[in-house]
Design a protein around this ligand. Structure first.
Ligand code: MRU
Length: 358
């Protein structure tokens, strides 16, 4: 239930090329593009053909592999310089989701930790690392899903915002992973899908995932969430994350903070589901998280049709930061952490280190 083997995947590596499902076209068109060079992968991330923090990270890792293919005939020092340039190009695409920088750092680390390796060996190692990032993401999401499912009760109405689903990861999803696992366990849940203005990841992508897998769901506009809570239709909220600071403050799609505040007002638990790769220990609090500002056209136009008057000023921050005090729990692959977050997150990383040394 809720986990068909034939689920459409956002990212496919053919061994030579990267195939990305065009998420700007969903749900009306299921279209894949094939990428042969890192510049076009960077463009696909920037234009949100692929989006969602873990999916951006995995795509960037394969972008690095395509860059390595391009430089494989060069002498070693030129290869290394070239790869740094590839990483810089990919890093300039979207600033908020830390998984992008995490994946690029992991890929560059492969080069740094093999100073004796010939170029061809590095190309093989980089390919293996990108495959590992993709494979681990899928496993991680399933663990997040199973760890979070116990927080969802039979009969719950569960609100989610944006798309933190299979489309935003390599497979299964983070927030939607929790929902998938609860559904697979036979819990009769009903999902409330915020449409997620202005880019409509909820209406277009989350709603599509729910329909594909026949998980009962209702699409609402963002402004309806408070009313639905007041009416007693929502018992829990689960969202994804783009970057979590060391103190637990969480950046996620614009509108997430509003949901968290509404949850607090109504006494509804508000959960963040995210892998450890989304936690940025270099960032002390949410105030330091860079927030992407996107094209005003996403707000002034509906598809290609203008809906706002010429001359109006527009703000379009793509993310907001929910202070840790609004978060009931952060669901990770290693378990659920709660306040005080600075301590519980530090303990989580100590546990991860222990596991890695086992
Ligand atoms: O702008 P997007 O669509 O990339 O934003 C996506 C989100 O905010 C998701 O909630 C987040 O990346 C988590 S995805 C598992």
């Amino acid at each position: 239930m809720g986990d068909p083997a034939n689920r459409v995947r956002p990212i496919t590596w053919t061994g030579e090329r990267l195939r990305l499902l065009d998420q700007t076209k969903l749900p009306t068109e299921i279209l894949e593009h094939e990428y042969r060079d890192y510049q076009s992968v960077a463009e696909a991330i920037r234009t949100m053909i692929v989006r969602g923090a873990p999916a951006i990270g995995a795509s960037a890792a394969y972008g690095m592999v395509l860059g390595a293919f391009e430089f494989r005939d060069r002498p070693r020092d030129e290869f290394v310089t070239g790869m740094k340039q590839v990483a810089d190009t990919l890093a300039e695409t979207r600033p908020t989701a830390v998984n992008l920088f995490w994946a690029l750092r992991r890929m560059l680390q492969v080069i740094d930790s093999h100073p004796e390796a010939e170029v061809e060996e590095l190309v093989q190692r980089l390919t293996a690392e990108a495959d590992a990032i993709a494979r681990e993401d899928e496993e991680t999401c399933r663990r997040i899903g199973d760890n979070g499912a116990s927080l969802i009760k039979d009969g719950d109405g569960v609100l989610t915002h944006c798309n933190a689903g299979a489309l935003a990861t390599v497979d299964y999803g983070t927030a939607l992973g929790v929902i998938r696992s609860a559904h697979r366990q036979g819990k009769k849940i009903h999902v409330y899908v915020d449409e997620t203005r202005p880019y409509l990841q909820g209406a277009r992508l989350t709603a599509w995932e729910m329909v594909q897998e026949q998980i009962p769901a209702t699409l609402i506009t963002d402004s309806m969430a408070g009313w639905m809570m007041q009416q007693g239709r929502i018992q829990a909220a689960v969202v994804g994350a783009d970057r979590i600071a060391a103190n637990g403050d969480t950046a996620n799609k614009i509108g997430t903070y509003t949901v968290a505040v509404l949850c607090k007002e109504h006494g509804i638990p508000f959960y963040v589901a995210a892998p450890l790769s989304t936690i940025d220990l270099d960032i002390d609090s949410g105030q330091e998280i860079p927030i992407e500002e996107r094209d005003p056209r996403e707000i002034t136009h509906f598809y290609d049709r203008r809906i706002a008057p010429e001359g109006i000023q527009v703000a379009n921050p793509a993310f907001d930061v929910t202070p840790a005090e609004y978060i009931t729990g952060i669901i990770t692959e290693l378990g659920v952490v709660k306040a005080p977050y600075r301590e519980s997150i530090a303990a989580l990383f100590a546990k991860a280190k222990e596991k890695a040394n086992e």
